[in-house]
Design a protein around this ligand. Structure first.
Ligand SMILES: [Fe+2]
Ligand SMILES: [Fe+2]
Length: 213
């Protein structure tokens, strides 16, 4: 029998997840590392730095995704919605782990501003959850759509030889596209244009900042 979780239980679960996202080992699924059978060993130093900048952006995006999903899970009303958010958040753990691993391979680091990306997104997610499930799901759908588009840009911006990063981003894109579709099918409404625009601008700022920091 499933135990009923109180708001305090949810709070503690979320706090634990937040700490794991920021400081700990992430709990991943048993999917294989997409880069495992790819090579990228001919990168020049500047190419390696550029690839690391891009992967740092994607890692920051995944930290933000964790914040969004976990914030929403805290305030979403319908149990199915909450469950769906948590399922997607679990899949994002793989992405977080893969980006982290690739950054280590590129001898680089994750964004120093991760706590900021996480807390800002957590607040946004919680707000979206409070706005009601159709908006909350619409917010997920729009976020994921924007990420799919953003990843498309990285496919061409990555150094051509960096097949390892590419394999990771391709798998991530396939997952994000599924998350978007699932959110629409679950009843996500299309967000008003100003909100979509604002979301785009926010991720633009994050993208520019996380490339370096
Ligand atoms: Fe993701
Ligand atoms: Fe996603």
């Amino acid at each position: 029998m499933q135990r009923h979780l109180t708001p305090l239980d949810h709070f503690i679960i979320n706090a634990d997840r937040s700490l794991n996202t920021l400081f700990g080992e992430t709990r991943t699924s048993d999917r294989a590392y997409p880069a495992a059978d790819k090579t990228s060993d001919t990168l020049s130093e500047s190419e390696q730095q550029h690839a690391a900048g891009l992967m740092r952006i994607n890692h920051a995006g995944e930290v933000a995704a964790q914040g969004l999903y976990q914030g929403q899970a805290l305030t979403a009303k319908l149990p199915e919605v909450r469950q769906q958010m948590e399922h997607a958040a679990a899949e994002e753990n793989d992405h977080l782990d893969w980006c982290n691993r690739r950054l280590q391979e590129l001898q680089s680091h994750t964004s120093h501003l991760s706590p900021l990306w996480y807390s800002g997104s957590f607040a946004l997610g919680a707000l979206a959850g409070l706005a009601g499930d159709k908006w909350s799901l619409g917010f997920v759908a729009e976020t994921e759509k924007q990420v799919v588009k953003h990843l498309e840009g990285h496919f061409t911006s990555l150094p051509e030889e960096d097949q390892r990063s590419l394999a990771i981003l391709q798998q991530m894109q396939a997952d994000e596209s599924q998350h978007a579709q699932a959110a629409v099918e679950a009843g996500g409404a299309e967000l008003p244009w100003p909100v979509r625009k604002l979301m785009g601008l926010t991720s633009e700022i994050m993208t520019r900042t996380a490339y370096k920091w």
